[in-house]
Design a protein around this ligand. Structure first.
Ligand SMILES: [Mn+2]
Length: 386
C-alpha cells in the first residue's frame, strides 16, 4: 500500500508582522490569525486526501518564546486531522534545553502530535513509514545535522522519509549564511525515499527526492512561490515519489514598481493594480513609485492610492523617489497673481535650487504640495456649495 504524506514547513506561528502593524494594527492581526487558519486548512486537506502523516519541517513557531496561547491555538488548528503530525524544530524554534517544544510537551498534546526533538527514527502508519528527523538543537549549527540519517536503521518494509531544516549549499538564491547546511545528495547517501526540507519559504524541488515545501501562508515581499503544501505519494520503498503541489495560502504578497511622469501614467498604474486580480482583499502590496510629476498628477495619485489602500488588504507605498515639480499651470491654479503667486514662485525656485540643502528643497516641495492640495480641496468645496 502506498504511503502518502503532506509535507509542510515554516508555519512561523506567532510572527508579528511589525512593519504592517506600524501602519495598520488590524491588518497585521489578520495576517497573524490567518497563519492558524491555514493550518486548519492543512488539517482538512490531510483528512480529505487520507494521508498517513503530516510532516512539518521546522520553524513551526516564530520563536521559542511564542505565547502558550499560541501553542494551544496551534494544537486546536491541527485537531481537524486525527492522523500523525510530525513536527520538527528549526532555527526559529530550536530544541534548546528550554524551548517551545518543552513547553508544548508540558501542555500534553494529543498522542498523534509527535515532536521530533531527537535524531531518532519514528515509525508511523503501522510501520510502513519511517521518519528520520534531523532537529536543530541550536539556532545555528556549523555541522550538517542530516549526516545522522546515513546510519539510521529502519525496517526493510518501511518507506524512509528524512525531515530537516536548513540550506542546500549553492542551490538557494540570496543565501549567504554558512549555517545549517545540508548536503545536496543526502537523500542518496541516507537511502531516503524522500527528504522533506524546511527553511526556504518557496516551494522548490532540489532533486526528485528532495523538496522544500515552502511556507503554506506567504509572509514576505518575495516572489518565491510560497503558499503551498506538498502531497507526496510513495508506492513502496525505493519507488520514485510523486509530488503534488496544493495551494493553501490566502494572502498574496507582491512587490511592484511604477514610474510616473504625467497624468497618463496613472492609468497604467491603475491597470497594474487591477491586474493583481480579484479578490483584491487577498493582496498585500509594496509599491515603489519613482519619477517626476506636477502637482496635479501628484494629487490625482494620492486619490488613486487612497482608493487602492481601501481595496487591497495592505498597500504600502514608497514615494521617496518621486519628485513633485510644480508646473506653471499648477501655480496659476492656486494663485495667478499677487502676493500668493510671488510666494509660490519663491517656493518653487527654492525647491529646485541646488545651493539649498536637501532638507530645504524637500520642505519647499512639500509646502507646494500641501498648498496645492488645500487649494483644490477648498475650491472643490466652494464649487459644491454653488
Ligand atoms: Mn528557518
Amino acid at each position: 500500500m502506498a504511503v502518502k504524506i503532506l509535507h509542510s514547513a515554516d508555519w512561523q506561528i506567532g510572527k508579528a508582522f511589525a512593519d504592517i502593524d506600524d501602519l495598520d494594527g488590524d491588518k497585521a492581526a489578520e495576517l497573524r490569525s490567518q497563519r492558524l487558519k491555514t493550518v486548519q486548512r492543512i488539517a482538512e486537506i490531510a483528512t480529505e486526501r487520507s494521508v498517513d502523516a503530516v510532516v512539518v519541517a521546522g520553524d513551526v513557531f516564530e520563536t521559542n518564546g511564542v505565547r502558550d496561547e499560541s501553542l494551544r491555538r496551534t494544537l486546536n488548528a491541527m485537531s481537524g486531522f486525527s492522523g500523525d503530525w510530525l513536527l520538527l524544530p528549526g532555527n526559529h524554534d530550536a530544541a534548546e534545553a528550554e524551548s517551545a517544544w518543552t513547553r508544548l510537551s508540558r501542555l500534553q498534546p494529543p498522542r498523534n502530535v509527535r515532536l521530533l526533538t531527537r535524531p531518532e527514527p519514528v515509525l508511523v502508519a503501522e510501520h510502513r513509514l519511517a521518519i528520520l528527523p534531523a532537529p536543530l538543537v541550536r539556532r545555528h549549527d556549523a555541522s550538517d545535522t542530516t549526516e545522522v540519517m546515513d546510519s539510521m536503521q529502519t525496517p526493510p518494509q518501511a518507506v524512509r522519509v528524512g525531515v530537516a531544516h536548513g540550506s542546500i549549499k549553492g542551490r538557494l538564491p540570496e543565501r549567504s549564511e554558512a549555517f545549517n547546511e545540508i548536503a545536496e545528495d543526502r537523500a542518496d547517501r541516507a537511502r531516503l525515499d524522500y527528504l522533506a526540507l524546511g527553511d526556504w519559504h518557496g516551494t522548490l524541488p532540489i532533486a526528485p527526492r528532495t523538496w522544500y515545501a515552502g511556507t503554506p501562508e506567504p509572509d514576505r515581499f518575495k516572489d518565491n512561490e510560497s503558499g503551498n503544501v506538498l502531497l507526496v505519494t510513495i508506492a513502496a520503498p525505493g519507488a520514485a515519489p510523486v509530488v503534488e503541489k496544493i495551494p493553501v495560502g490566502r494572502f498574496h504578497w507582491r512587490r511592484m514598481h511604477a514610474s510616473l511622469h504625467g497624468l497618463s501614467d496613472l492609468d497604467a498604474l491603475s491597470a497594474q493594480l487591477a491586474g493583481l486580480g480579484a479578490p483584491y482583499d487577498r493582496h498585500v502590496v509594496q509599491l515603489e513609485i519613482s519619477g517626476v510629476v506636477d502637482l496635479a498628477t501628484r494629487e490625482a495619485l494620492n486619490a488613486l492610492l487612497d482608493e487602492w489602500r481601501a481595496t487591497l488588504h495592505v498597500l504600502r507605498c514608497r514615494t521617496d523617489q518621486l519628485l513633485s515639480q510644480p508646473s506653471e499651470a499648477d501655480l496659476d491654479r492656486i494663485a495667478s497673481q499677487g502676493f500668493m503667486h510671488t510666494a509660490l514662485v519663491r517656493l518653487r525656485s527654492q525647491a529646485s535650487d541646488e545651493k539649498q540643502s536637501g532638507e530645504a528643497r524637500d520642505l519647499a516641495r512639500r509646502a507646494l504640495e500641501i498648498l496645492y492640495a488645500e487649494h483644490m480641496r477648498t475650491s472643490r468645496g466652494s464649487e459644491a456649495r454653488r
